[in-house]
Design a protein around this ligand. Sequence first.
Ligand SMILES: O=C1O[C@H](COP(=O)(O)O)[C@@H](O)[C@H](O)[C@H]1O
Length: 229
Amino acid sequence: MAALRSWADRAALDAGFAAEVAGHLAAGIAARGAASLVVSGGRTPAGFLQALATHPLDWSRVWVTLADERWVDADHDASNERLLRASLQQGPAAAAHVVGLKTAAASPQAGLAEVAERLAALPRPFDVVVLGMGDDGHTASLFPDAPELAAALASTAAVAALTPGAAPHARISLTPAALLDTGALYLHIVGADKQAVLERALADGPVEELPIRFALRQTRVPCSIQWAP
Ligand SMILES: O=C1O[C@H](COP(=O)(O)O)[C@@H](O)[C@H](O)[C@H]1O
């Protein structure tokens, strides 16, 4: 169950999508006094997060975490938390509570219990989950070539540890069980290459081949795809 919204360009997507997400967060604050947002890392979301930070919310009531993390420290160039803090925690949005997924544990596997505990602090269901997608069809850190993929897809736990074959860094990822526990679900992608991957993902084939299919095929929460060239 997925609907596609095509924007004229990336700047229009970042601004329009941020306004829509800010609306969900404002509604969450109004309804239960707090709101929760799960965002993705990688190259795609920086402009969207910067646009979101300009919205005049009561950011002290907003909890933000990541769909996944590379097992690197929060000041590492590859850290998704680093991107999140640099892009979103600006101006009034500096008051947002960022819940990182990297711990001092030696591996994602060893960090699972602590991360699950951290995530328990966020209002659930989440108000908004924003997924990204890689050119191999992975989303969050659910990589097609990770040996732990099938178990992570089927898990009832909130987080899983994965070791992608080709992509760098061991990973920790929210599972579909957690990612779908949300009032609003988005897939944020840009460019012709990702459009082509999306078309493949919307066609028949196993979820394990293109893991983003778990989000496109489920019927628990509508998935809105935000795309720009
Ligand atoms: O490794 C990751 O990749 C995906 C896609 O990233 P992008 O650079 O192609 O936008 C991202 O959604 C995920 O959070 C990240 O850890």
